[in-house]
Design a protein around this ligand. Structure first.
Ligand SMILES: [Zn+2]
Length: 317
């Protein structure tokens, strides 16, 4: 299996547990996807580096961390003047209530804060990326009553036109010299990162050949959706979808607390063997990114959890 060249998972940090909290910070682009409870507490002074926040929808486990995050950005020891843009799915009442609360309680912000409502199929330019990278929204299937969005980070790349592929470097240079660079190369869009939020399986066409797809996988089996919400995804569906979309790396997140690590490992490995998704599969468990093909990666997380349990048993905080 080839290791992904970009973006590497070490550029990401986050936390995800279904119903409790979800957020994912992409360090290279200074973008925070969703803002569940605990995001500021985890990131500490790195919150000052966040330039944009993209919210997938307005459920509490994806927006509750905004209150503390804005407060820390306003009062903490960092660059209190760095501007912040928060992109929100349009006409979202739940997020609007949060905006109202924040407007009433954070009257004098030290930095420029902009709330930007967005719709599906919109492009957002990232001005700090010299117009080579932008973000495109897509609609996801989650709640009936509110718009929910997923996000693709797209890089504009250039490749040789097919008719020139067989030429030698010398011949290519000759054409560039006589006719210019535009003659031989054509621009195309490459999805380098995709974030789905909470959703039923994403349409593979929307994230085709993404280098790094973050897809929720709340349930490991369809029987586990006891209340039949049908608002979330099941592991097999997600692996099938990633296979169809031909993604390079899949990061599962938003897994339900009902599964312990042993169960997650067993079910994910079994499903991978059955479906053969053809991509690297990672899983974000609480704040750890586990490479599911690497036994050591699972064991490291298990050791961490058992140490935490011991300290809780002994009340030694
Ligand atoms: Zn939700």
């Amino acid at each position: 299996m080839t290791t992904p060249q970009f973006p590497l998972q070490d550029q990401l940090c986050g936390f995800s547990r279904a119903l409790f909290s979800t957020w994912l910070y992409h360090r290279r682009f200074n973008i925070l996807f969703d803002a569940g409870e605990g995001v500021a507490t985890s990131l500490c002074n790195r919150v000052f580096g966040i330039r944009r926040i993209f919210l997938s929808h307005g459920h509490a486990d994806h927006i509750a961390g905004l209150v503390n995050l804005l407060n820390i950005r306003n009062l903490g020891a960092g660059d209190q003047t760095a501007s912040l843009k928060i992109y929100i799915p349009k006409n979202n009442k739940l997020i609007e209530f949060m905006m109202d609360y924040l407007a009433r309680t954070q009257k004098a912000l030290s930095f420029e804060l902009e709330w930007i409502p967005i719709d599906a199929d919109e492009d957002v330019m990232l001005d700090d990326q010299r117009n080579k990278v932008f973000l495109r929204t897509f609609k996801t299937k989650h709640s009936q009553r509110q718009l929910s969005l997923g996000y693709n980070i797209i890089e504009k790349r250039r490749r040789l036109k097919p008719e020139y592929e067989a030429l030698s470097q010398r011949e290519i240079n000759q054409i560039v010299w006589t006719k210019g660079k535009e003659e031989i190369a054509t621009e195309y869009e490459k999805i380098i990162f995709s974030y789905g939020g909470d959703s039923r399986p994403i349409n593979p066409d929307l994230v085709r050949e993404s280098l790094f797809l973050c897809h929720e996988s709340t349930y490991m089996s369809s029987d586990d959706d006891e209340r039949n919400f049908q608002q979330h995804s099941i592991l097999d569906e997600v692996l099938e979808m990633a296979k169809q979309a031909n993604v390079e790396t899949l990061l599962l997140f938003h897994t339900s607390l009902r599964y312990n690590l042993d169960e997650l490992r067993e079910k994910i490995n079994a499903a991978k063997a059955r479906i053969e998704p053809g991509c690297q599969v990672l899983v974000l468990c609480a704040n750890n990114i586990i490479d599911t093909a690497n036994e050591g990666s699972w064991r490291k997380k298990m050791r961490k959890d058992s140490l935490k349990e011991q300290s809780l048993d002994g009340n030694s905080f």
